[in-house]
Design a protein around this ligand. Structure first.
Ligand code: C5P
Length: 227
């Protein structure tokens, strides 16, 4: 890989346009507060603090674009998302301009350390086309059928739980989205469908996804008030 291939702008997309009200709070999940700051804002701050991201594009429901712009630093772009997550990522990609690399990061992984973001970008600059941070799976995982009966038990040593930010060569991710059919919850999965290699790097326990009320209790305990 020559030197030129390592250069180029990094744009991070934060799809947060889901309207789903979960976590027992009366707000879209990304706007739920952790120690005085919405999860979305903490996630954006982590991206900016990594020093590895040139631009952040946040994707939110159309009616929350103005409100979100008042919450995030001025240099952050805020665009309206679509009805499915894939539509929202596409809206983010459309706003990503001349990005050489694109990260896609869950707002719900609000406590992701900046070093983890920088590690994903470093792997991209080393030549990987797609990078996912992963952690070992601690529970045994069962595959089940529609009736809830176990069909098989995959070998746990060969499984990993995937975090974000997931990182991509921008052209590869655009190709993957152009080819995408149906709904994808995982951007790297679309790259895999193209037959392209996806590289795993070590994730971080603090990059856990804040999904359940219990996760929120943990996240709030980890964030000192006013921090
Ligand atoms: O619903 P789920 O947790 O899978 O959503 C994953 C992420 O995708 C969330 O951050 C959510 O806000 C975002 N999303 C989106 N646009 C949608 C639906 C979900 O940006 N239409």
């Amino acid at each position: 890989m020559n030197g030129a291939a390592h250069a180029g702008r990094v744009v991070a997309l934060v799809p947060a346009a889901g309207r789903g009200v979960r976590l027992g709070e009366n707000l879209p999940k990304a706007f739920v507060e952790l120690g005085g700051a919405p999860m979305l804002v903490r996630a954006v701050d982590g991206l900016l603090e990594s020093g590895a991201v040139d631009r952040v594009v946040v994707v939110v429901p159309a009616e929350l674009v103005e409100h979100t712009a008042s919450l995030v630093p001025e240099e952050v772009d805020v665009v309206a998302g679509g009805s499915e997550r894939t539509d929202s990522v596409r809206a983010g990609l459309a706003a990503a301009g001349d990005a050489r690399y694109v990260l896609v990061h869950d707002a719900a992984r609000a406590l992701t350390p900046p070093q983890s973001v920088a590690a994903v970008v470093a792997a991209l600059r080393d030549g990987a086309g797609a990078v996912v941070p992963v952690v070992p799976v601690t529970d045994t995982v069962k595959a089940v059928d529609a009736a809830g009966c176990v069909t098989h038990t995959p070998d746990r040593s060969g499984l990993r739980a995937v975090q974000t930010p997931q990182g991509f060569d921008a052209a590869l991710l655009r190709t993957a989205y152009d080819a995408a059919e149906g709904i994808a919850t995982d951007d790297a999965g679309l790259v895999e469908r193209l037959g392209e290699k996806v590289t795993c790097i070590d994730g971080h326990p603090l990059a856990f996804k804040i999904t359940t009320p219990l996760d929120l209790v943990l996240a709030r305990a980890l964030v000192a008030p006013g921090e």
